[in-house]
Design a protein. Structure first.
Lengths: 116, 111
């Protein structure tokens, strides 16, 4: 149980285009999902907390107009990187807490975004 | 908010030796401490966790200890194997859906 999927696993796009990344909880309902960004050889940086049916909560320094988050259902959250630039190239990972006895978060496989 | 520090950033051990990674946290209200292992290009995976009402937990070759007074917790891997090579992250959770991660430790086990 507690499986999180992510799509696509990798994407290459041109500068100025927008890219949508999907995060799905496959065997549980996720009222909350988390979006992280990870640079090579660095830690997981929390970008935002996605809440089903309401606005996402963004961490300080993360531009909400740049990284649009939609959590329209209990199994799907999307992150859209708008007007992508090369500096947006990174590994994006989502996670969710299935609400079991522990507070454990389970991670998706990640999406590697390369902006040319 | 919670701040988690992790040391060392890199660790190299010989196969069969033990490895210890240490983390400190700032918020005394934190009550859940998971450890994740991330292999290159893959998702972080939970390997062990501990709650604040327990001082130590063991699962085969890995163990975690928690010192609430000092606000630090450690991951211990015994009889290391090359497949233990990965990046390990500690985390501390003050409440559900409020988890902060350490910077990670890159463990290399040399055969």
């Amino acid at each position: 149980g507690a499986v999180v999927s992510q799509h696509p696993s990798w994407v290459i796009c041109k500068s100025g285009t927008s890219v949508k990344i999907e995060c799905r909880s496959l065997d549980f309902q996720a009222t909350t999902m988390f979006w992280y960004r990870q640079f090579p050889k660095q830690s997981l940086m929390l970008m935002a907390t996605s809440n089903e049916g309401s606005k996402a909560t963004y961490e300080q320094g993360v531009e909400k107009d740049k990284f649009l988050i939609n959590h329209a259902s209990l199994t799907l959250s999307t992150l859209t990187v708008t007007s992508a630039h090369p500096e947006d190239s990174s590994f994006y990972i989502c996670s969710s807490d299935p609400g079991l006895a522990t507070d454990t978060q389970y991670f998706g496989p990640g999406t590697r975004l390369t902006v040319l | 908010g919670e701040n988690v520090e992790q040391h060392p950033s890199t660790l190299s051990v010989q196969e069969g030796d033990s490895a210890v990674i240490k983390c400190t946290y700032s918020d005394s209200a934190s009550n859940y401490f998971p450890w994740y292992k991330q292999e290159l290009g893959k998702r972080p995976q939970l390997i062990i966790d501990i709650r604040s009402n327990v001082g130590e937990k063991k699962d085969q070759r890995i163990a975690v200890t928690l010192n609430k007074t000092a606000k630090h917790f450690s991951l211990h891997i015994t009889e290391t194997q090359p497949e233990d090579s990965a990046v390990y992250f500690c985390a501390a959770s003050v409440a559900r859906n409020d988890m902060r991660f350490g910077a990670g430790t890159r463990l290399t086990v040399k055969p």
